[in-house]
Design a protein around this ligand. Structure first.
Ligand SMILES: Nc1ncnc2c1ncn2[C@@H]1O[C@H](COP(=O)(O)OP(=O)(O)OP(=O)(O)O)[C@@H](O)[C@H]1O
Ligand SMILES: O=P(O)(O)OC[C@H]1O[C@H](OP(=O)(O)OP(=O)(O)O)[C@H](O)[C@@H]1O
Ligand SMILES: [Mg+2]
Length: 285
């Protein structure tokens, strides 16, 4: 049987979480960074550790079958590449920013300006869409320094917490796109390998669903069960088991962590006691 070749960032922001997600899918990987290609021992998977910026081309050429990378990089370098699933980490946005003291009157302010960025295609598309002509200056890192050293009037770069902009006395004025890590697929993947990728996606999906869900158990007087069940936005109907103490039951269900915090007070006032919340390892619906 052929192996699924997956590209993972060799080092950088996506590396650790990418490896973690594969490990949580039960895939055994020898994570030695000196090796650029590693085979999993218990799944037909070969991991290629690559430079982030090279991954879109490797996908296009079919050197790798799939990869974990930021959506923003696909938009910049390979819009034709299909995304199998979003992975929920490395959330950020690609934004235009200008020096803080400057007033901003709208996109027209970029007309004839010099914009420093590592994402020239993304910026060009944004300018074209808005009918603006400007001079794009490509820099590969530390883009935020450009306006302070007189290299550009504005920048376009990744913004997450906003602290790099803040430290460089810049302000975000336009969000061009939002991004997160995704599992992307080569356009030339063959059928047998796509089948392995579907198996991997199934596992990743189970891991991601489990991450935001909690298994909750609580003791409820029997005459309050109907009311408590109404409050629980669970996966399906909750499990109700009798307790040794008469007229009491144990109610179990799975809920989204955010929903849990919404209903906790109502559950207590409805008579639920001894509420336990447990993490879920995997979740298959
Ligand atoms: N501050 C951030 N917060 C959240 N996600 C980010 C942030 N910076 C970058 N990312 C996301 O992580 C991806 C990898 O970023 P990282 O800085 O590790 O690599 P890089 O500098 O783009 O590439 P290379 O591997 O070639 O050095 C980006 O493409 C983006 O999707
Ligand atoms: O809004 P923040 O939370 O401050 O994050 C944004 C910064 O993070 C990234 O840089 P990174 O640290 O990856 O350095 P790099 O430019 O060398 O890739 C990005 O290029 C921004 O500079
Ligand atoms: Mg970076």
């Amino acid at each position: 049987m052929s192996n699924l070749k997956i590209g993972i960032q060799k080092s950088g922001r996506l590396h650790d979480k990418s490896i973690e997600i594969l490990k949580r899918c039960g895939i055994s990987i020898d994570n030695r960074r000196d090796q650029l290609k590693v085979a999993a021992s218990n799944f037909p998977l070969e991991i290629y550790y690559l430079r982030n910026g090279d991954i879109p081309q490797y996908l296009k050429d079919g050197v790798i079958d799939c990869a974990i990378l930021g959506e923003n990089l696909l938009i910049e370098k390979a819009q034709e590449i299909h995304t199998q699933m979003k992975l929920g980490f490395s959330k950020c946005q690609v934004s235009m920013a200008i020096p803080k003291p400057q007033t901003y009157n709208g996109i027209k302010d970029f007309e004839d300006k010099k914009i420093a960025t590592s994402y020239p295609n993304t910026v060009q598309q944004f300018l074209d869409k808005n009918g603006i002509s400007a001079d794009i200056h490509i820099i590969n890192g530390s883009v935020e320094i450009a306006p302070n050293i007189g290299l550009a009037d504005a920048i376009c770069d990744i913004v997450s917490s906003g602290s790099t902009l803040f430290k460089n006395n810049l302000k975000e004025v336009e969000v061009i796109l939002k991004s997160e890590a995704v599992l992307a697929v080569s356009p030339v993947i063959d059928k047998a390998t796509q089948h392995i990728l579907d198996k991997l996606s199934f596992r990743i999906d189970a891991v991601l669903k489990a991450k935001t869900s909690k298994y909750i158990l609580m003791n409820v007087p029997n005459d309050k069960i109907d009311h408590v069940i109404q409050l629980l936005p669970g996966m399906k109907s909750p499990t109700v088991l009798p307790l040794a103490e008469s007229n009491w039951s144990s109610v179990h269900t799975v809920i989204d962590e955010n929903d849990f915090w919404e209903v906790i007070d109502q559950l207590k006032s409805a008579g639920a006691e001894g509420i336990l919340v447990a993490p879920i390892e995997k979740m298959i619906l």
